[in-house]
Write a protein that binds this ligand. Structure first.
Ligand code: SF4
Length: 297
């Protein structure tokens, strides 16, 4: 472990697969900050950090020999930063971390659609290699209910656009996010959108309501009925069963702390084994039982 010579404005989040990456905050908070289930950046007002501060952080880490073979740019949707800031950040990384293998970033569909293909291609050329997109659901009713800020059509367009521009796309969907009422639409829309976009990486999180969020209030008022463990397994099963991954192999992971059992593989190669495992879990899970809330949440 290295003692970092820089400090972060907390809280700081990154995708599980970016655990070993060196983090730099390009933006603070999230430019949307409205998703009803999310409390990650509610304590922060969104802003883009001055480029001098970002460059100073990068130089301080490099001068202290902090390894940077993988780098992740925070916070919630750093791809929303202006091109001048992103270009300068990536050029500085290339200059002081010439061996950096990949730079990753969180992106919303809005961020992607607001940049031109030439701009995204330029960022990719400067080393920005992977974008993590919180799709959550491929169903418009669910997206509207959780105030995601984008429609399924925009999610599709953004996913295909970022892939066309050379990025690896990592898509995240949320099990149970539509509650019992919207589970069928959520399955259908999400399977369709995944099939149409074939992300390079795909993962599931399980929805747990966080006290203080509008989503939690809706559950308390009975407006959203959470899914039982059996229903969550069925949702995962049905989404995967109804998806076809023909464009490219998809690395699939459902190993987030919120998921009841870890599961993973390459789709479509391992699809039948994964679906079989889910059938087993569905068969052996009693009715009416809810998943335990993970300690880390
Ligand atoms: S876009 Fe992401 S970080 Fe921002 S509020 Fe929604 S879920 Fe949270």
């Amino acid at each position: 472990m290295f003692n970092l010579p820089i400090s972060y404005e907390p809280p700081v989040y990154r995708p599980p697969s970016e655990g070993p990456s060196l983090l730099f905050q390009v933006t603070i908070g999230c430019s949307n900050n409205l998703c009803t289930y999310c409390d990650m950046y509610r304590s922060k007002s969104y802003r883009v950090r001055p480029i001098e501060e970002i460059k100073r952080d990068i130089h301080l880490c490099a001068n202290s020999l902090v390894p940077g073979d993988k780098i992740f740019l925070c916070d919630g949707d750093a791809l929303g930063a202006p091109m001048s800031v992103l270009e300068e950040t990536l050029k500085t990384i290339q200059e002081v971390y010439p061996n950096c293998r990949r730079v990753g970033i969180y992106a919303t569909a809005e961020n992607i659609l607001n940049k031109t293909e030439n701009e995204l291609k330029l960022l990719n050329k400067l080393g920005l290699g992977i974008a993590y997109l919180g799709l959550e659901s491929g169903d418009d009713k669910v997206l509207h209910m959780i105030v995601k800020g984008n429609t399924a059509a925009e999610m599709r367009e953004a996913s295909l656009k970022i892939k066309r521009c050379g990025f690896k796309l990592s898509t995240i969907a949320m099990l149970g996010v539509g509650g019992q009422k919207h589970s069928e639409n959520h399955i259908e829309g999400t399977a369709k959108l995944l099939s149409e976009t074939c992300p390079d990486f795909f993962s599931f999180l399980t929805t747990f309501s966080v006290p203080g969020t509008p989503y939690h209030t809706m559950i308390e008022r009975g407006l959203i009925k959470p899914l039982t463990s059996k229903m969550l397994f069925k949702e995962m099963h049905d989404i995967l069963e109804n998806s076809t991954f023909d464009l490219n192999p998809v690395i699939f992971r459902a190993n987030h702390v919120s998921n009841q059992h870890p599961l993973g593989g390459t789709l479509s190669r391992d699809k039948s084994a994964i679906v079989h495992q889910l059938k087993e879990w569905i068969a052996h899970t009693p009715e009416g039982v809810f998943p335990p809330r993970p300690h880390q949440m």
